[in-house]
Design a protein around this ligand. Structure first.
Ligand code: AMP
Length: 440
């Protein structure tokens, strides 16, 4: 804990920060803090081929926390001891898939593209899902970002299209960023196969999407609102859709898209295969499953609590006027090379962005009011290391897969503990340890 005012704070000014843990020490932290973090925390991904001591099943690479449904706290009522925890040592354990990519009954050219992508063995969700999708079964995949779920639904779907170019697939995903990540993976897996995709997301010009939909295409990737819009304008033909994929269904619910999704699914011919991926199964998602899926196979990739991989501490600043100064001192430290800062509102994002920018930091920001193009540019700069800091609201950061985040800083206390776990899941991905610091 850093205390400003009466006790000297960690002195970051260009020197190594002194992160001393204070408050309820690790050893003496109320038991509830650790136990709660397990029970409330959403599942998140971890390296596939790895398991950590005392954790469950198989995840894959790093991922964001995915869950919801925990008890909501008002931010200022979260016990701050919950923001203090030391990362556990991860004990590597190799996941043994039942299949190799070669075992899957898929076209050799597709296998070649998988090899070109550098995938050597299937992740657990791929290992367990792909054979069922090939057999035409509906799927409920309980898995979140970072588990390799995108390839789990793309590989068998692409294979179907290779054998029947009239087979059309539609992928519904909650955010523009996720849609673009799916599109990127789709482009790589369909290279030279003569399979085309169109991405239809909100915040980007609709006319260009309408034009793209006029050209032959096999896969449509989109966000629910925009897809509905295109459907109503009769620019999107779904009469020939044979595979429907709902990605991150629980996020769509969180973001209020569930009615658009339901509307959309009602319009699609019933002779279809449906794959639904979600980190958690809220009752609304269960209802969706009940209404739209036929005898689905449920595949659950249990993943470890991200929080176990993350060193967590608080930064206590008693004099609010010094808060920015403390943050800037931290950011001057070399180890803070890829820092994701969370604040609660769009206005706070803009304000902090300007303050850091004026002080010479390479900083970008994302929130719902920024144009798609601006968000993409900010993400790109952050992912590639051109900017050191990315400031975001929780909604804007949903589902992002950014590797190598060294620190997550909660400049403002999150509104719920679930949100906290979501946020800190952006660091400590894969088998790396991350650091999360919360200003209190
Ligand atoms: P996803 O959960 O689909 O967002 O995937 C997370 C990351 O894992 C992406 O960067 C993928 O390119 C990568 N990935 C997916 N499948 C594999 C695999 N079998 N081997 C290695 N990396 C993979």
């Amino acid at each position: 804990m850093y205390t400003l005012g009466n006790t000297p704070i960690g002195d970051f000014g260009g020197r190594k920060p002194r992160f001393s843990r204070g408050g309820p020490s690790r050893g003496t932290a109320p038991r509830g803090a650790r136990n709660d973090s397990r029970s409330d925390a959403p599942r998140s991904a971890r390296p596939f081929g790895r398991a950590s001591q005392g954790t469950r099943g198989g995840g894959f690479r790093g991922g964001n926390g995915g869950g919801r449904g925990g008890r909501k706290f008002s931010g200022d009522r979260i016990d701050i001891s919950k923001f203090i925890n030391r990362a556990e040592t991860v004990v590597e354990e190799v996941y043994s898939p039942n299949h190799t990519f070669n075992d899957f009954k898929i076209d050799q050219k597709l296998k070649d593209n998988i090899v070109k992508k550098g995938y050597v063995i299937p992740s657990p969700i791929q290992d367990q899902t792909i054979p069922y999708v090939i057999d035409g079964r509906d799927i409920i995949g309980l898995a979140n970002t970072g588990t390799g779920k995108t390839a789990a639904f793309l590989i068998p779907t692409i294979n179907k299209i290779m054998h029947d170019k009239k087979h059309k697939a539609i992928i519904i995903t909650p955010t523009r960023e996720l849609a673009l990540q799916i599109q990127k993976e789709c482009m790589e897996l369909t290279k030279t196969l003569g399979i085309f995709n169109v991405t239809c997301v909100g915040g980007a010009p609709i006319r260009a999407q309408m034009k793209n939909l006029e050209y032959p295409h096999h896969i449509v990737i989109g966000t629910p609102g925009r897809l509905k819009d295109l459907l109503e304008r009769k620019k999107l033909n779904i009469s020939d859709v044979k595979t429907v994929i709902l990605d991150e269904a629980d996020r769509m619910l969180d973001m209020g898209f569930i009615d658009d999704v339901r509307y959309f699914l009602r319009e699609i011919p019933t002779e279809r295969q449906m794959l639904l991926f979600s980190a958690t199964m809220a009752k609304e998602i269960e209802a969706l499953v009940h209404q739209f899926l036929k005898n689905p196979v449920k595949i659950s990739v249990k993943t470890r609590d991200t929080s176990k991989n993350v060193d967590q501490d608080v930064v206590r600043v008693t004099d609010k006027s010094k808060k920015l100064e403390v943050l800037c001192d931290m950011l001057k430290n070399q180890s803070f090379s890829k820092v994701l800062i969370f604040v609660e509102t769009k206005r706070s994002v803009d304000r902090l962005h300007d303050e850091l920018f004026d002080r010479g930091f390479k900083v970008g920001s994302i929130h719902g009011d920024r144009e798609h193009r601006q968000r993409q540019a900010a993400l790109e700069a952050f992912s590639t290391g051109k900017s050191q800091v990315l400031i975001a609201t929780d909604v804007a950061a949903r589902g992002l897969d950014i590797s190598g985040v060294t620190h997550v800083i909660n400049y403002e206390i999150p509104s719920s503990y679930d949100t906290y776990v979501h946020r800190i899941g952006r660091t400590g991905r894969g088998n790396k340890k991350g650091i999360a610091l919360t200003f209190v």
